[in-house]
Design a protein around this ligand. Structure first.
Ligand SMILES: Nc1ncnc2c1ncn2[C@@H]1O[C@H](COP(=O)(O)OP(=O)(O)O)[C@@H](O)[C@H]1O
Ligand SMILES: N[C@@H](CCOP(=O)(O)O)C(=O)O
Length: 318
């Protein structure tokens, strides 16, 4: 259950009256959210999603609005925030910052087929071509500096073997990525897991949940995608999904030589990023709400598999 702040029909009807979206017909809390309160709102004119921000840095919300507006203007499949009659998107409701979005069609592809992988790779490639010119700035909150600063907090909860693994890995990333030439930069989704996309058959209805959005190494975003979308339960890469995603991505945005060099390290670093963030949730900073945390072991397994088997060859593009 993840509606942390219940809303009445009257509150939402009054809220909607500043927007040109029609009148409230029905309001439904969305149970699957993890951080914010999300509602499906139906009016006599359209289907919408209302999000109340429960946690996080509220001063960063204008960045997310600007990023979504920018991507929407560039015809990426994202929920461009609905602006009111005065052009304002960000409001307050029940004492919480609130945004209204179009409701996008589709379901999360938990076992994506190869066409869905191709579509996702193509869309992310397009996203990154466009996002290189996004003028906003928000440093990546889960980059190597964060890993370096935070990994100490969980070491005490790990076996001696895992402590050594985590410490050695962070040191290697500092060596490899610290000395590398700057990688191509742009705006990132920052958490593009399967459950942050919606597909209707093979059509991508949209990419949602931009609250890890930031600016930084584009390769970081791509490595997150490969680790989530193209990994077998034993942590090894699934070659077909890997090639489907990277084939279409690289056709849109070929990697630079520095990115090719950094790629195996980036796959490991983004696996460790989730191993660590999930460990922090379990041991150090559990959420105020009673939600089942994601399993840290899954990303330890992925990290170990990347270490043991390395990266797969990158597919050739036409
Ligand atoms: N624009 C949207 N269109 C359709 N469904 C959405 C949209 N935004 C959110 N959802 C649904 O609400 C759920 C929770 O939203 P999300 O932004 O992921 O919340 P949280 O950050 O709390 O996890 C999503 O898994 C999805 O099912
Ligand atoms: N998708 C993530 C959750 C979001 O990451 P966080 O660093 O913002 O906690 C996961 O599967 O762990």
């Amino acid at each position: 259950m993840a509606v942390f702040t219940p809303l009445s029909d009257a509150q939402v009807a009054e809220f909607l009256s500043r927007f040109d979206v029609g009148s409230l017909v029905s309001l439904e809390g969305v149970p699957s959210g993890t951080e914010n309160s999300t509602f499906f709102v139906t009016t006599d004119r359209r289907q919408l999603v209302l999000t109340l921000f429960e946690q996080g840095e509220h001063e960063e919300l204008p960045f997310f609005v600007d990023l979504l507006d920018y991507l929407d203007e560039h015809r990426l499949p994202v929920p461009g925030p609905v602006h009111d009659r005065d052009g304002i998107a960000l409001h307050s409701l029940a004492g919480k910052p609130a945004l209204l979005f179009p409701r996008l069609p589709g379901r999360h592809p938990l076992s994506p087929n190869l066409e869905q992988c191709r579509v996702l790779g193509d869309t992310l490639g397009h996203f990154h071509v466009v996002s290189r010119h996004f003028p906003g700035h928000r440093p990546n909150p889960r980059d190597l500096n964060w890993l370096t600063a935070m990994h100490h907090k969980v070491l005490v909860y790990l076996s001696p073997e895992d402590q050594a693994l985590m410490k050695d890995e962070v040191e290697i990333y500092q060596g490899v990525l610290g000395d590398a030439p700057e990688l191509p930069q742009g705006a990132l989704h920052g958490d593009l897991f399967r459950d942050n996309t919606l597909f209707e058959g093979d059509r991508l209805g949209g990419i949602i949940d931009f609250y890890n959005g930031c600016t930084g190494d584009l390769l970081f975003d791509l490595a997150i995608v490969i680790n989530d979308w193209a990994t077998e339960p034993d942590g090894r890469l699934n070659r077909e999904r890997h090639d489907a995603i990277l084939g279409t991505y690289l056709a849109r945005r070929p990697m630079t030589p520095a990115e090719r060099e950094a790629w195996p390290t980036m796959l490991r670093m983004t696996a460790l990023r989730y191993w660590l963030s999930r460990l922090l949730v379990v041991y150090v900073d559990p959420p105020a709400h009673d939600l089942t945390p994601h399993d840290p072991e899954q990303f330890r397994t992925i990290l170990r598999a990347r270490l043991e088997h390395g990266a797969l060859p990158l597919p050739e593009t036409g």
